[in-house]
Design a protein around this ligand. Structure first.
Ligand code: HEM
Length: 136
């Protein structure tokens, strides 16, 4: 049983909290960038990516476990939302890791904004998936 009072187990609740906390840290990192404190900005973005990587343990496990059911009911809303989330999530995570570890993605405004938007979209869909699975 989880600790948020929904039907979710502790793994899903922990994943939700880690991802939301990571996003808040990212937003605070953006505030630092606006104040031109770039070292702190990059440190906070790295923490967000690290929390995202830890969260992958549960998300990938859950996806592998339920992949057969999801792929045989692709048109069902829950399956569609999960697949859409996982697809955007793969882009967000890959771009986030490349950015955080200074690989391929250049740290200028436009690429960073793009990665932020993809990350926010992945989080939004993740929260929708959580609501669909464990609250509705
Ligand atoms: C930046 C990237 C990502 C963010 C912000 C994110 C966020 C979230 C959140 C907040 C949840 C709800 C908590 C939960 O139900 O466990 C979730 C669930 C889930 N995510 Fe992600 N996610 C990301 C990437 C991925 C990736 C790359 C995959 C698959 C390869 C994935 C697959 C899933 C699955 C299958 C669930 C449902 C887990 C369950 O059964 O409870 N996510 N995600």
């Amino acid at each position: 049983m989880g600790f948020l009072g929904t039907a979710a187990g502790w793994q899903a609740d922990t994943t939700l909290l880690l991802q939301v906390a990571g996003f808040i840290i990212l937003l605070s990192g953006i505030m630092h960038a606006k104040k031109k404190i770039f070292l702190r900005h990059f440190q906070m973005a790295r923490i967000t990516v690290a929390l995202g990587i830890i969260s992958l343990i549960w998300m990938v496990t859950s996806l592998v476990r339920s992949f057969q059911i999801i792929s045989s009911h692709v048109t069902a809303l829950s399956s569609f939302l999960t697949l859409a989330h996982a697809t955007i999530g793969v882009f967000a995570m890959t771009a986030g890791i490349l950015l955080a570890f200074d690989r391929l993605v250049i740290k200028t405004k436009a690429p960073m904004r793009t990665v932020f938007i993809i990350w926010a979209a992945a989080l939004f869909l993740g929260i929708i998936v959580y609501i669909r699975y464990y609250i509705m």
